[in-house]
Ligand binder design. Structure first.
Ligand code: PNS
Length: 171
């Protein structure tokens, strides 16, 4: 039997967007298992804790692909160490634009330098999601704008609950 092909999809996911979900779904057509890895970064202030982000990914993406094909976990430190621990052969990243490419290129090279057997596989963002980022979702939500359709419904509810009281209403 062929060994299973495991891919890691790392990121901050603060919060998970429908663009992330689309990349995860498409990755399940390429790899036997997709592990969504939430970076624990104590230096960066996040809306959701890493545990909350892992839970929102498990809820929104656990049903993608075949049963058990998608998992979510948190990681600290070097991504390639996490990938090696899980016997992953690939790191998945989504690309929306040239700006993303410029951000990804050095990270991919560094990860290849650290672990030459792990390939970085970039998936082009689907056209309908190319304008969506966690940063813009946070900004729109915190300014009282609608994020319906930008994040999964359960994430929208969590985001609105988290921002309740802080939301400024704009016309
Ligand atoms: O969603 P993001 O914030 O763009 O994801 C960035 C992430 C998590 C992929 C990146 O910061 C990362 O891999 N951090 C782990 C630290 C690491 O391995 N650094 C060295 C190689 S670039």
């Amino acid at each position: 039997m062929l060994p299973s092909r495991i891919a890691i999809f790392p990121g901050s996911f603060d919060p998970l967007t429908v663009g992330h979900v689309d990349v995860i779904r498409r990755a399940t057509t390429l790899f036997d298992r997709v592990i969504v890895a939430v970076l624990v970064n104590p230096d960066k202030q996040a809306i959701f804790t890493a545990e909350e982000r892992v839970a929102m990914i498990a809820e929104s993406c656990g049903g993608l692909g075949k049963p058990g094909q998608v998992a979510a976990d948190a990681f600290e430190g070097l991504l390639v160490r996490f990938a090696a621990r899980h016997n992953a052969c690939a790191i998945i990243r989504g690309l929306r634009s040239g700006v993303d490419f410029d951000y990804e290129r050095p990270m991919a090279s560094m990860n290849t330098h650290l672990a030459s057997d792990i390939q970085t596989v970039c998936l082009m963002a689907s056209d309908r999601y190319a304008h969506i980022s966690s940063r813009l979702v946070r900004e729109v939500a915190s300014l009282g704008g609608s994020v319906t359709g930008l994040v999964p419904p359960s994430v929208e509810a969590l985001l609105l609950a988290r921002l309740k009281g802080e939301t400024k209403t704009h016309p």
